[in-house]
Design a protein around this ligand. Structure first.
Ligand SMILES: [Cu+2]
Length: 145
């Protein structure tokens, strides 16, 4: 079983280093389904866990690999799949949030190259407080939890 695990201490990201060595963020199962080219629209999924005592609010995401990255929500309306932009995503204190198929996802528009299974794609989350979290997404099938 392959497991993609990335733990980042906020002390590494924040300009003012924290005394705590504990990682506040854990990102698991960050993946992008492999689609046949030319796929102009792709989606990214991940599970984000917040081990800190305050909510983490993601307001944007970006990647050099795509023309644009946005936060999206999928839903079924009158039997038709619809998507709409999300202004923000909150990972509650000591809680978690999942980007997953059929729900919230990263909308990846205009890939700048064709991806192969196993490729790593860097996507950076941006928090409301200005901090950034880079995450390596793996192209391929859905990781086993
Ligand atoms: Cu979308």
């Amino acid at each position: 079983m392959r497991r993609f695990l990335l733990a980042i201490g906020l002390s590494l990201l924040a300009a003012s280093a924290s005394a705590s060595a504990a990682a506040d963020w854990v990102v698991t199962a960050a993946w992008i389904p492999l689609l046949p080219p030319p796929a102009r629209m792709q989606a990214g999924y991940a599970t984000l866990r917040n081990d800190s005592a305050s909510d983490l609010v993601i307001v944007a995401a970006s990647s050099a690999e795509f023309a644009s990255v946005s936060l999206h929500q999928s839903r079924i309306e009158d039997g038709v799949a619809q998507m709409s932009p999300l202004a923000a995503v909150t990972i509650p204190a000591h809680g978690s949030f999942r980007f997953e198929p059929g729900a919230a996802h990263l909308m990846l528009m205009g890939p700048k190259r064709a991806f192969a299974s196993g490729d790593q794609v860097q996507i950076e989350f941006e928090l409301q407080d200005g901090r950034r979290l880079p995450v390596a997404f793996t192209v391929g099938s859905r990781p086993t939890p």
